[in-house]
Ligand binder design. Sequence first.
Ligand code: ADP
Length: 448
Amino acid sequence: MLKSLWIKFLLLLVTVSVIALSAALLLRELMIKDFREYLEGEREDRVYWVTAALESSYERYSGWEAQRTIEDVVWALMLGFEMKLNDANGRLITDTEAAINSLSPLVKKRIAAISRQRLQEGNSKFLPYALFIGGKEIGRVEIRFLHPRKETVFISRSNRLLLFSLLALGGIAIFLSVIFSRRLTNPIKGLTDAVVSIGAGNLKSRVAPSGRDEISRLSDAFNRMAHILETQESLRKKLTSNIAHELRTPVSAIRGELEGMIDGLMPADKEQLQSLYAEIGRFSSIIEGLEELSQAEASSLTLRKQAFELQPFLKNIAGRFKRVFQDKGLGIELQCDAGLAINADPDRLSQIIINLLSNALKATRGGGNILIKAAGKGTEIIIEVIDNGSGIKAGDLPFIFERFYRGAEGGLGLGLAIVKELVEAHGGRITATSEYGKGSTFTVSFPL
Ligand code: ADP
């Protein structure tokens, strides 16, 4: 259970939350400590005012004047101090209680009301302070601090607030941690399930990507990989069955003829041997085609790219074909800007063009015309082979680049598959457009 990723995330998030809350707690402790120190300092100041006031009263009246000391004691009470005032011999002159009792009932009531509202007894003790005038001790005052209510209210309220926010924030943090860790790990779990399923041979497995984060990009990449795997797997199966199918025809023909000859049903004469030879020729052209295809597939590793001018190159190929085209009553035309250069493997490029021209030748009847067009366009070089031959049925068009796919009068169905491999090895693309009965255009684009 602890090994599960979402529990780990959860623990991580909870730890972060606890650290953050502890930091808040620590900060609050420091602030309260600071606040208390500030109050302490301020209290010290007030004690100083009280003792200074008592000393100056003593000086003014040359002794402890009863009314004046009562006023000083009452004033000290207003500052938050309870006190006992003794003379130099340690005799009690007055204390807070006596001072208040000596006031008129009305004033006494008001002062009692004010001090009750503002002050409360803390657990602080009476502290003695000596009173001096000109280096001579004139008495001693014992002072006890009465805590202002505001201070206690502030501290207890801040305690309550902190406790509440700790509980609320802690709860929210844990709740969010659970949600986020779940949300984060669920897609990973989905991906793991899909990988396991693909591993078990179910190549149709996909994950549902959601959002735009790294995990959904990973899901996207995974889906693309699964799609490629599925396509490759189906191509492989198709290819194997196509090869078996292609080879079966000449092999059964050869076998049938040989059996006929062995059984004496057929003469082993020149005519039969020539027919056998033709079948074997078909057999070897399939093998050659397959070899050529596998070389084309591996050609990205063996490409010998070089920069060369396209016009003389295409002119040379067209020249080589001119005779065959003329024999069939076809015209061949080249449109290419002078000075247009390409970076490609010349042998492979001529294989591409020758394959396309051969197809155009096969598809076009007498009187037709084939055009080779080359031009630079943006960051690409586009070479087109355009014919006005039979065209390709719309239903066939999407499949013509597949291995062994061929039309009614087709050959092996490997030519365009080879061309596609060679173009892609150059980092280029090939597309075909066609109108059945009117002609076709094959467009090859190479990156500059
Ligand atoms: P093949 O020519 O050996 O049959 P390809 O792979 O070269 O195999 O072509 C596949 C099919 O595409 C052909 O059988 C043909 O039906 C169609 N095709 C290719 N090029 C053309 C073209 N220029 N005009 C009409 N159909 C074409």
